[in-house]
Design a protein around this ligand. Sequence first.
Ligand code: NAD
Length: 297
Amino acid sequence: MTDVIDGNALADQVFDGVSDAVDEFEAEGVTPGLATVIMGEDPASQTYVNMKQRDCEKAGVNGVHVEVDGDASQDDLLDTVADLNDRDDVHGILVQTPLPDHVDEREVMNAIDPIKDADGFHPENVGRLVAGEARFKPCTPHGVQRMLAHADVDTEGKDVVIVGRSNIVGKPLANLLMQKADDGNATVTVCHSRTTDLEAKTKAADVVVAAAGLPEFVTGDMLSEGAVVIDVGINRVDADTEKGYELVGDVDFESASEKASVISPVPGGVGPMTRAMLLYNTIKATRLQTGVDATLP
Ligand code: NAD
Protein backbone atom coordinates (compact mmCIF):
# COMPACT_ATOMS: atom_id res chain seq x y z
CA MET A 1 0.00 0.00 0.00
CA THR A 2 1.33 3.39 -0.95
CA ASP A 3 0.93 6.11 1.66
CA VAL A 4 -0.22 9.31 -0.07
CA ILE A 5 0.68 12.32 2.09
CA ASP A 6 -2.27 14.68 2.51
CA GLY A 7 -0.54 18.06 2.37
CA ASN A 8 -3.83 19.92 2.87
CA ALA A 9 -4.64 18.12 6.12
CA LEU A 10 -1.12 18.59 7.46
CA ALA A 11 -1.14 22.26 6.48
CA ASP A 12 -4.48 22.69 8.29
CA GLN A 13 -2.85 21.37 11.47
CA VAL A 14 -0.12 24.01 11.13
CA PHE A 15 -2.73 26.72 10.41
CA ASP A 16 -4.60 25.71 13.59
CA GLY A 17 -1.34 26.04 15.52
CA VAL A 18 -0.81 29.47 13.96
CA SER A 19 -4.31 30.57 15.07
CA ASP A 20 -3.56 29.40 18.62
CA ALA A 21 -0.26 31.30 18.60
CA VAL A 22 -2.07 34.41 17.33
CA ASP A 23 -4.43 34.14 20.36
CA GLU A 24 -1.42 33.98 22.67
CA PHE A 25 0.05 37.11 21.05
CA GLU A 26 -3.31 38.92 21.19
CA ALA A 27 -3.44 38.26 24.95
CA GLU A 28 -0.21 40.27 25.15
CA GLY A 29 -1.56 43.05 22.89
CA VAL A 30 0.37 41.95 19.79
CA THR A 31 -1.03 41.07 16.35
CA PRO A 32 1.47 39.21 14.15
CA GLY A 33 1.79 40.91 10.76
CA LEU A 34 2.96 39.66 7.38
CA ALA A 35 3.58 41.98 4.44
CA THR A 36 3.50 40.65 0.90
CA VAL A 37 4.98 42.78 -1.85
CA ILE A 38 4.31 42.21 -5.51
CA MET A 39 5.84 44.12 -8.42
CA GLY A 40 4.27 43.72 -11.85
CA GLU A 41 1.38 41.68 -13.13
CA ASP A 42 2.62 38.09 -13.36
CA PRO A 43 -0.65 36.08 -13.06
CA ALA A 44 0.87 33.11 -11.20
CA SER A 45 2.50 35.49 -8.69
CA GLN A 46 -0.82 37.32 -8.21
CA THR A 47 -2.50 33.99 -7.44
CA TYR A 48 0.20 32.98 -4.95
CA VAL A 49 0.10 36.32 -3.14
CA ASN A 50 -3.71 36.29 -2.98
CA MET A 51 -3.59 32.83 -1.41
CA LYS A 52 -1.01 33.98 1.14
CA GLN A 53 -3.18 36.95 2.08
CA ARG A 54 -6.23 34.69 2.45
CA ASP A 55 -4.16 32.43 4.72
CA CYS A 56 -3.32 35.45 6.90
CA GLU A 57 -6.99 36.36 7.20
CA LYS A 58 -7.94 32.79 8.10
CA ALA A 59 -5.30 32.55 10.81
CA GLY A 60 -5.86 36.03 12.29
CA VAL A 61 -2.51 37.36 11.06
CA ASN A 62 -2.52 41.01 9.97
CA GLY A 63 -1.90 40.76 6.21
CA VAL A 64 -0.45 43.89 4.65
CA HIS A 65 -0.37 43.84 0.88
CA VAL A 66 1.67 46.28 -1.20
CA GLU A 67 1.59 46.44 -4.99
CA VAL A 68 4.43 48.18 -6.79
CA ASP A 69 3.95 49.16 -10.42
CA GLY A 70 5.85 46.90 -12.81
CA ASP A 71 7.40 49.99 -14.44
CA ALA A 72 8.57 51.52 -11.17
CA SER A 73 12.29 51.70 -10.46
CA GLN A 74 14.31 49.34 -8.30
CA ASP A 75 14.75 52.22 -5.85
CA ASP A 76 10.97 52.49 -5.50
CA LEU A 77 10.82 48.84 -4.54
CA LEU A 78 13.73 49.24 -2.13
CA ASP A 79 11.92 52.23 -0.54
CA THR A 80 8.83 50.05 -0.07
CA VAL A 81 10.94 47.38 1.65
CA ALA A 82 12.62 50.02 3.85
CA ASP A 83 9.18 51.32 4.95
CA LEU A 84 8.07 47.81 5.86
CA ASN A 85 11.33 47.19 7.75
CA ASP A 86 10.44 50.24 9.89
CA ARG A 87 6.82 49.31 10.61
CA ASP A 88 6.11 47.86 14.07
CA ASP A 89 2.92 46.14 12.87
CA VAL A 90 4.84 44.15 10.22
CA HIS A 91 6.90 41.25 11.57
CA GLY A 92 7.42 39.29 8.37
CA ILE A 93 8.12 40.52 4.83
CA LEU A 94 7.89 38.54 1.62
CA VAL A 95 8.73 39.96 -1.80
CA GLN A 96 7.12 37.74 -4.42
CA THR A 97 9.41 36.59 -7.24
CA PRO A 98 10.03 36.67 -10.14
CA LEU A 99 10.68 40.41 -10.22
CA PRO A 100 10.75 42.44 -13.47
CA ASP A 101 14.00 42.12 -15.45
CA HIS A 102 15.26 45.61 -14.55
CA VAL A 103 15.28 44.75 -10.84
CA ASP A 104 18.17 42.90 -9.19
CA GLU A 105 16.44 40.23 -7.10
CA ARG A 106 19.49 39.71 -4.90
CA GLU A 107 19.65 43.40 -3.93
CA VAL A 108 16.01 43.35 -2.94
CA MET A 109 16.37 40.21 -0.80
CA ASN A 110 19.44 41.76 0.86
CA ALA A 111 17.41 44.87 1.75
CA ILE A 112 14.88 42.96 3.86
CA ASP A 113 15.64 43.21 7.58
CA PRO A 114 16.97 39.68 8.34
CA ILE A 115 14.76 39.49 11.46
CA LYS A 116 11.68 40.03 9.22
CA ASP A 117 12.83 37.71 6.44
CA ALA A 118 9.79 35.38 6.28
CA ASP A 119 11.13 33.54 3.22
CA GLY A 120 14.57 32.97 4.76
CA PHE A 121 16.43 34.09 1.62
CA HIS A 122 18.55 36.87 3.14
CA PRO A 123 22.25 35.84 3.11
CA GLU A 124 22.42 36.12 6.89
CA ASN A 125 19.63 33.57 7.24
CA VAL A 126 21.09 31.35 4.50
CA GLY A 127 24.40 31.39 6.39
CA ARG A 128 22.70 30.48 9.65
CA LEU A 129 20.92 27.58 7.97
CA VAL A 130 24.15 26.21 6.50
CA ALA A 131 25.87 26.57 9.88
CA GLY A 132 23.12 24.51 11.51
CA GLU A 133 21.66 27.50 13.38
CA ALA A 134 18.59 28.12 11.23
CA ARG A 135 16.49 31.13 12.19
CA PHE A 136 13.96 31.04 9.33
CA LYS A 137 13.93 27.82 7.32
CA PRO A 138 12.80 28.55 3.74
CA CYS A 139 9.14 27.56 3.49
CA THR A 140 9.19 24.85 0.82
CA PRO A 141 12.14 22.86 2.23
CA HIS A 142 10.71 23.23 5.74
CA GLY A 143 7.36 21.96 4.48
CA VAL A 144 9.06 18.94 2.89
CA GLN A 145 10.87 18.21 6.15
CA ARG A 146 7.56 18.32 8.04
CA MET A 147 5.92 16.03 5.50
CA LEU A 148 8.68 13.44 5.86
CA ALA A 149 8.37 13.53 9.64
CA HIS A 150 4.58 13.24 9.42
CA ALA A 151 4.91 10.17 7.19
CA ASP A 152 7.30 8.64 9.76
CA VAL A 153 10.19 8.74 7.31
CA ASP A 154 13.33 8.71 9.42
CA THR A 155 15.99 10.37 7.27
CA GLU A 156 18.92 9.25 9.43
CA GLY A 157 21.42 7.31 7.30
CA LYS A 158 19.12 7.41 4.27
CA ASP A 159 20.24 8.22 0.74
CA VAL A 160 18.29 11.26 -0.43
CA VAL A 161 18.40 12.48 -4.01
CA ILE A 162 17.14 16.00 -4.69
CA VAL A 163 16.51 16.81 -8.34
CA GLY A 164 17.08 20.57 -8.63
CA ARG A 165 19.65 22.92 -7.09
CA SER A 166 17.76 26.21 -6.82
CA ASN A 167 18.36 28.64 -3.96
CA ILE A 168 14.74 28.34 -2.85
CA VAL A 169 14.28 24.57 -2.90
CA GLY A 170 17.19 22.25 -3.74
CA LYS A 171 20.08 23.93 -1.93
CA PRO A 172 18.31 24.75 1.35
CA LEU A 173 16.60 21.35 1.46
CA ALA A 174 19.96 19.61 0.99
CA ASN A 175 21.34 21.65 3.87
CA LEU A 176 18.42 20.83 6.15
CA LEU A 177 18.47 17.10 5.47
CA MET A 178 22.23 16.74 5.90
CA GLN A 179 22.34 18.59 9.24
CA LYS A 180 23.35 16.67 12.32
CA ALA A 181 19.82 16.75 13.70
CA ASP A 182 16.90 14.40 14.36
CA ASP A 183 15.13 15.52 11.17
CA GLY A 184 18.39 15.43 9.16
CA ASN A 185 21.37 13.03 9.22
CA ALA A 186 20.75 11.95 5.62
CA THR A 187 23.33 11.46 2.89
CA VAL A 188 22.21 13.93 0.27
CA THR A 189 22.95 14.04 -3.45
CA VAL A 190 21.86 17.17 -5.31
CA CYS A 191 21.22 16.61 -9.02
CA HIS A 192 20.75 19.29 -11.66
CA SER A 193 20.65 19.98 -15.38
CA ARG A 194 24.30 18.94 -15.85
CA THR A 195 24.03 15.71 -13.87
CA THR A 196 24.99 12.62 -15.83
CA ASP A 197 22.93 9.44 -15.50
CA LEU A 198 20.25 10.87 -13.26
CA GLU A 199 18.32 7.61 -13.36
CA ALA A 200 21.17 5.66 -11.75
CA LYS A 201 21.14 8.15 -8.88
CA THR A 202 17.38 8.25 -8.33
CA LYS A 203 17.20 4.46 -8.56
CA ALA A 204 19.75 4.12 -5.77
CA ALA A 205 17.91 6.55 -3.48
CA ASP A 206 15.70 5.85 -0.48
CA VAL A 207 14.09 9.27 -0.83
CA VAL A 208 13.66 11.25 -4.06
CA VAL A 209 12.61 14.90 -4.02
CA ALA A 210 11.66 16.25 -7.43
CA ALA A 211 12.15 20.02 -7.84
CA ALA A 212 13.24 20.57 -11.44
CA GLY A 213 10.19 22.33 -12.87
CA LEU A 214 9.69 19.63 -15.53
CA PRO A 215 6.19 18.15 -15.81
CA GLU A 216 5.96 14.45 -14.86
CA PHE A 217 9.68 14.07 -15.37
CA VAL A 218 10.36 11.49 -12.65
CA THR A 219 8.74 8.22 -13.63
CA GLY A 220 8.29 4.92 -11.83
CA ASP A 221 11.13 3.25 -13.71
CA MET A 222 13.55 5.81 -12.22
CA LEU A 223 12.69 4.69 -8.68
CA SER A 224 13.61 1.79 -6.43
CA GLU A 225 10.87 -0.38 -4.96
CA GLY A 226 9.59 1.26 -1.76
CA ALA A 227 11.14 4.67 -2.37
CA VAL A 228 9.76 7.78 -0.67
CA VAL A 229 8.84 10.39 -3.29
CA ILE A 230 8.20 14.06 -2.61
CA ASP A 231 6.98 16.12 -5.54
CA VAL A 232 7.76 19.84 -5.26
CA GLY A 233 7.00 20.71 -8.88
CA ILE A 234 4.08 22.88 -9.93
CA ASN A 235 3.76 23.04 -13.70
CA ARG A 236 0.96 24.47 -15.80
CA VAL A 237 0.25 22.23 -18.77
CA ASP A 238 -2.34 22.83 -21.48
CA ALA A 239 -5.54 20.92 -20.78
CA ASP A 240 -9.15 20.85 -21.80
CA THR A 241 -10.33 22.58 -18.62
CA GLU A 242 -12.19 25.84 -17.95
CA LYS A 243 -8.87 27.63 -17.41
CA GLY A 244 -7.23 25.94 -20.38
CA TYR A 245 -4.53 24.36 -18.22
CA GLU A 246 -4.03 22.03 -15.30
CA LEU A 247 -1.35 21.80 -12.63
CA VAL A 248 0.93 18.78 -12.61
CA GLY A 249 3.99 17.96 -10.57
CA ASP A 250 7.49 16.89 -11.55
CA VAL A 251 6.56 13.29 -10.83
CA ASP A 252 4.46 11.00 -12.98
CA PHE A 253 2.13 10.09 -10.11
CA GLU A 254 0.62 7.02 -11.72
CA SER A 255 3.81 5.11 -12.48
CA ALA A 256 5.67 6.44 -9.42
CA SER A 257 2.96 5.38 -6.98
CA GLU A 258 3.28 1.80 -8.22
CA LYS A 259 6.84 1.77 -6.82
CA ALA A 260 6.71 4.25 -3.94
CA SER A 261 5.95 3.41 -0.32
CA VAL A 262 5.19 7.08 0.38
CA ILE A 263 4.37 9.78 -2.16
CA SER A 264 3.11 13.36 -2.14
CA PRO A 265 0.53 14.43 -4.73
CA VAL A 266 0.23 17.60 -6.81
CA PRO A 267 -1.91 19.49 -6.08
CA GLY A 268 -2.47 18.92 -2.36
CA GLY A 269 1.09 18.09 -1.33
CA VAL A 270 4.02 20.45 -0.90
CA GLY A 271 2.07 23.53 -2.08
CA PRO A 272 -0.20 23.96 0.97
CA MET A 273 2.67 23.08 3.31
CA THR A 274 4.78 25.85 1.78
CA ARG A 275 2.02 28.36 2.59
CA ALA A 276 1.64 27.00 6.11
CA MET A 277 5.35 27.32 6.81
CA LEU A 278 5.24 30.96 5.72
CA LEU A 279 2.85 31.66 8.57
CA TYR A 280 5.07 29.56 10.85
CA ASN A 281 7.94 31.91 10.00
CA THR A 282 5.72 34.92 10.63
CA ILE A 283 4.94 33.59 14.11
CA LYS A 284 8.63 32.95 14.71
CA ALA A 285 9.53 36.46 13.51
CA THR A 286 6.89 37.98 15.81
CA ARG A 287 8.32 36.06 18.77
CA LEU A 288 11.82 37.30 17.99
CA GLN A 289 10.73 40.92 17.64
CA THR A 290 8.32 41.18 20.56
CA GLY A 291 9.79 38.73 23.08
CA VAL A 292 6.32 37.18 23.51
CA ASP A 293 6.89 33.45 23.97
CA ALA A 294 3.91 32.13 21.95
CA THR A 295 3.88 28.41 21.10
CA LEU A 296 5.39 27.66 17.70
CA PRO A 297 2.94 25.77 15.46
P1 NAD B 1 14.37 26.46 -10.83
O1 NAD B 1 13.96 26.59 -12.25
O2 NAD B 1 14.99 27.61 -10.13
O3 NAD B 1 15.36 25.23 -10.69
C1 NAD B 1 15.17 24.05 -11.39
C2 NAD B 1 16.32 23.12 -11.10
O4 NAD B 1 16.12 21.92 -11.82
C3 NAD B 1 17.67 23.69 -11.53
O5 NAD B 1 18.57 23.57 -10.46
C4 NAD B 1 18.09 22.80 -12.70
O6 NAD B 1 19.49 22.56 -12.72
C5 NAD B 1 17.33 21.52 -12.41
N1 NAD B 1 17.05 20.79 -13.65
C6 NAD B 1 16.55 21.28 -14.80
N2 NAD B 1 16.50 20.31 -15.72
C7 NAD B 1 16.98 19.19 -15.15
C8 NAD B 1 17.17 17.87 -15.60
N3 NAD B 1 16.86 17.50 -16.85
N4 NAD B 1 17.68 16.97 -14.74
C9 NAD B 1 17.98 17.32 -13.48
N5 NAD B 1 17.81 18.57 -12.99
C10 NAD B 1 17.32 19.48 -13.82
O7 NAD B 1 13.08 25.94 -10.09
P2 NAD B 1 12.58 26.07 -8.57
O8 NAD B 1 12.21 27.48 -8.30
O9 NAD B 1 13.49 25.36 -7.64
O10 NAD B 1 11.23 25.22 -8.69
C11 NAD B 1 11.22 23.88 -9.12
C12 NAD B 1 9.80 23.41 -9.26
O11 NAD B 1 9.17 23.47 -8.00
C13 NAD B 1 8.94 24.28 -10.19
O12 NAD B 1 7.98 23.45 -10.80
C14 NAD B 1 8.25 25.23 -9.23
O13 NAD B 1 7.02 25.70 -9.73
C15 NAD B 1 8.04 24.33 -8.04
N6 NAD B 1 7.95 25.02 -6.76
C16 NAD B 1 6.93 24.64 -5.96
C17 NAD B 1 6.80 25.21 -4.71
C18 NAD B 1 5.68 24.76 -3.84
O14 NAD B 1 5.27 25.47 -2.97
N7 NAD B 1 5.16 23.55 -4.06
C19 NAD B 1 7.71 26.16 -4.27
C20 NAD B 1 8.78 26.50 -5.09
C21 NAD B 1 8.89 25.90 -6.34
